[in-house]
Design a protein around this ligand. Structure first.
Ligand SMILES: Nc1nc2c(c(=O)[nH]1)N[C@H]1C(S)=C(S)[C@@H](COP(=O)(O)OP(=O)(O)OC[C@H]3O[C@@H](n4cnc5c(=O)[nH]c(N)nc54)[C@H](O)[C@@H]3O)O[C@H]1N2
Ligand SMILES: Nc1nc2c(c(=O)[nH]1)N[C@H]1C(S)=C(S)[C@@H](COP(=O)(O)OP(=O)(O)OC[C@H]3O[C@@H](n4cnc5c(=O)[nH]c(N)nc54)[C@H](O)[C@@H]3O)O[C@H]1N2
Ligand code: SF4
Ligand SMILES: [Mo]
Length: 726
């Protein structure tokens, strides 16, 4: 370990163990996989974690964890962990180099590109899977330090739609719920959400609901969640808008609306009421493939519900009219006054462990703290809070992910820095994306593993510490900020992303701007200052110890709030937004927003007669599997090869039997998968789990116009049996 590295890391010993250990020899960490945000207690021996168990007292998971959580430590140990930076030579080989050389190469190559093509010719793609402090560091370093203008993250693939929908409807990206709402509803509506697989502990929270709730699942597939529901609405993919408008139509017709709430707290009801007149049950039945009876029953259940909560995930967010679909859900909550009370809400469930941190603090399309780059008052607030010159702050948003990709294609972007996302596997229309990446003059990838599909393409690879090998905070789906302690040593010379950013800032020559950014907790304080006065104000949190003592803290938690409540314990551990019916728009009213449904961009036809759906496969697999594939236990819980789910009638017609190799082809590529014949997919549809690298060879690049989120969940494919070569 060089002296410089030791200095960057803020003292001797980057491999130093937890600064603050619980007396019992336990450390704690919020799980590093999904956005549920379970708390895991790390059992330490000789100062390092040897085992873990879910914390029974944490208000999120109440002692529960899913297989990924239990196996978190096992995912850290692997022979393909990056232990040293790797530089690619002209012959394609990669050689290990020291950190100082890596930082020099990073600086020299990117500065050279900027000198020749302008500051915006280098961009970054980040993530929702590093700590909030790290996300903020990346965003501030990229924009204020290195002069890049364009940076986005994998949260674009995931949550951009919810962000756009909430901002337009509520005036701020503000998921209103708390998990206790799962237990307080008498009607729970899940739209495009496979909770049993994707958020198993949230499904457990529903199981604890004492009101015997009606559970309605809207999903083209008969998922594990749909099987457990009381009503499954197996709609045609992307017909959600018609269904949701049809339900609104029936509610209005039956006078099952909350007139008082609508009058006092919303704008646009008259126009919405006129608009939905066209969505008669007959029309909706023909567009969704449901029966009139099913639609009427659904509207009736919602209309009679005392506390109705609406939840949505990727079946909504990933589509060509995604933002309007999310808003059609929001409209139902507004219409029926199901918001701001226990058991209610228009609730987007988040994906990655820190997607919520990324949404507010990654400095990509929002300025730090959910502020606006375009707003001079916001720029000056952030400049003051960070002690940086105001002219360092750009006056416009970044390009979105797909716009950065197009920028590379056009030659406007020549250098790219990818941090904690495996884009070469997960981005839509993979072949095209890889061709675009090949145009870059310089690609840097910063990951835990040197073997990912994306790291394999990098000119420079930077080895990062992973979850629990570093300290910081995550924000979960219900806006709860939780603390992660360092409880394991990163392998070899791997550094936390935080320390990589410090090192690069110094080499770049902008270390002075980041003088105060010397530990995660000091960055947390800077972010608190950025949040002051915002809907997500967290100025009342007294540091990491406070988070640890309180079971995490939900935003907002303003300093004024703490002063008003003298005794700390008067803070309920579960808080929801909009209890007073006041939204974050200038007139404090929520908006009804809607538009006519339009056909999906690639409907099936004679040549490609099937609709391809993609999504999560099992609760033991995480995304591109760089982490979960490392656990022998998890590997036993899912098929090791790509499989395609197909309806028995279609399989019969195509002479496919379960287990047979099957060719799945779209206009963009083809792959071979093992047939899994099952009636859980509707006729004419097939499903591929996203966890296998081939899947995005087929997907169609199409983007919601408001959120620019890719529509991963719909394209046309052809299916055929693969016959053994003679
Ligand atoms: N085990 C596991 N858990 C995870 C993850 C993981 O990789 N593995 N990833 C995390 C992340 S980042 C995310 S974003 C979440 C995703 O969580 P979910 O969104 O729940 O998961 P998906 O399987 O992507 O999509 C949900 C459902 O949408 C349905 N769907 C497809 N098209 C439509 C449509 O047009 N309308 C409707 N109504 N439904 C449709 C699919 O059939 C699918 O069952 O999961 C998180 N949790
Ligand atoms: N077809 C299809 N494609 C999809 C989806 C779909 O439903 N269908 N879903 C989309 C969604 S919702 C999402 S969120 C994306 C997810 O797509 P990705 O973000 O590409 O998936 P991950 O496998 O989670 O990639 C995270 C990477 O970060 C690395 N990593 C983990 N922790 C750290 C850390 O602390 N530091 C650093 N530097 N690296 C770290 C991991 O090794 C891994 O390589 O996929 C999208 N792609
Ligand atoms: S439900 Fe999500 S947060 Fe909880 S243990 Fe599983 S992956 Fe981790
Ligand atoms: Mo996601």
């Amino acid at each position: 370990m060089t002296e410089e590295l030791a200095r960057v890391a803020g003292g001797p010993g980057l491999g130093q163990l937890p600064r603050r250990l619980a007396p019992s020899g336990m450390a704690q960490a919020i799980c590093g996989f999904c956005s549920t945000g379970c708390n895991l207690k790390l059992h330490l021996k000789d100062g390092a974690a040897v085992n873990l168990s879910p914390d029974p007292n944490y208000p999120v998971n109440l002692g529960m964890a899913c297989p990924k959580g239990w196996e978190s430590l096992a995912c850290l140990t692997a022979s393909d962990r990056g232990t040293t930076p790797l530089l690619r030579a002209t012959d394609g080989s990669r050689r290990p180099i020291a950190w100082s050389e890596a930082a020099d190469v990073f600086t020299a190559r990117f500065k050279d590109i900027q000198r020749r093509h302008g500051p915006d010719s280098v961009a970054w793609l980040g993530t929702g899977q590093i700590t909030t402090e790290e996300l903020a560091f990346l965003g501030a370093l990229g924009k204020f330090g290195m002069g890049f203008r364009h940076g986005d993250g994998n949260t674009r693939q995931c949550m951009a739609t919810a962000v756009a929908a909430y901002k337009q409807s509520f005036g701020f990206d503000a998921p209103p719920f708390t998990y206790a709402d799962f237990e307080a509803s008498d009607v729970i509506v899940l739209v495009g959400s496979n909770l049993c697989i994707a958020h198993p502990i949230l499904w457990q929270r529903i199981q604890r609901n004492p009101h015997r709730p009606e559970i309605l699942v809207v999903d083209p597939r008969r998922t594990e969640t749909a099987m457990a529901a009381s009503q499954h609405l197996a709609i045609r993919p992307k017909s959600d808008l018609a269904l949701l408008y049809g339900i609104a139509h029936l509610l209005v017709a039956a006078e099952r609306v909350d007139r008082e709430f609508i009058a006092a707290h919303t704008v646009g009801f008259q126009q919405f009421r006129d608009f939905i007149r066209a969505f008669s049950p007959d029309r909706v039945a023909s567009e969704t493939g449901l029966t009139v009876g099913q639609i009427v029953r659904t509207a009736d259940t919602i209309g009679r519900g005392r506390a109705v909560s609406f939840w949505w995930t990727m079946g909504v967010n990933q589509g060509h009219q995604a933002t309007r679909t999310a808003q059609a859900i929001i409209n139902l909550a507004l219409l029926t006054g199901n918001i701001g009370r226990p058991g209610t809400g228009a609730n987007s469930i988040t994906g990655q462990c820190n997607a919520m941190g990324s949404r507010l603090f990654s400095n990509t399309t929002n300025l730090l703290g959910g502020r606006r780059f375009q707003d001079p008052a916001d720029r000056s607030h952030v400049a003051m809070a960070l002690g940086i010159p105001e002219d360092r702050i750009p006056r416009d948003d970044s390009w979105a992910y797909d716009q950065i990709v197009e920028g590379i294609r056009r030659g406007a972007v020549k250098g790219l820095w990818i941090v904690a996302t495996n884009a070469a596997h997960s981005w839509i229309h993979q072949k095209d994306f890889r061709e675009v990446l090949a145009r870059l003059e310089f690609l840097v990838v910063q990951d835990m593993y040197f073997s990912t599909e994306t790291a394999a393409l990098a000119h420079l690879f930077l080895p990062a510490a992973g979850w629990a090998e570093k300290e910081g905070t995550f924000i979960n789906s219900e806006r709860r900020i939780g603390w992660i302690q360092k409880a394991a040593r990163p392998p070899g010379d791997a550094l936390s992303d935080f320390n990589i950013f410090r090192l690069l800032a110094n080499h770049w020559g902008c270390g002075d701007l980041f003088r105060q950014w010397n530990s995660p907790e000091s960055v947390f304080r800077l972010l608190q200052a950025c949040s002051a006065g915002q809907p997500c104000d967290i100025t009342g949190i007294r540091g990491y110890a406070h988070l640890a003592e309180s079971g995490g803290i939900q935003w907002p938690f303003a300093a004024s709030h703490t002063r008003d409540h003298l005794a700390e314990d008067t803070h309920p551990r579960e808080r929801r937004l909009f209890t007073d019916g006041r939204f974050f728009t200038p007139d404090q009213r929520a908006r009804f927003l809607f538009e006519d449904p339009s056909p999906s961009p690639e409907p099936p036809d004679a040549e490609y007669p099937f609709v391809l759906l993609t999504g999560r496969g099992t609760s033991a697999q995480w995304h591109t599997q760089t982490r979960t594939a490392k656990s022998a236990l998890l590997r036993q819980l899912y098929p090791d090869r790509l499989y395609v789910e197909i309806h028995p009638d279609d399989a019969r017609r195509l002479s496919l039997i379960s287990g047979a190799p099957t060719c799945v082809q779209s206009r963009r590529g083809q792959l071979t998968a093992t047939a899994f014949v099952t009636a859980t997919v509707p006729r004419g549809h097939v499903f591929l789990p996203m966890h296998y690298p081939e899947v995005n060879q087929l997907t169609l690049p199409n983007f919601d116009p408001h959120s620019r989120q890719p529509g991963y969940k719909h394209c046309a494919v052809a299916i055929a049996a693969v016959h053994p070569q003679p």
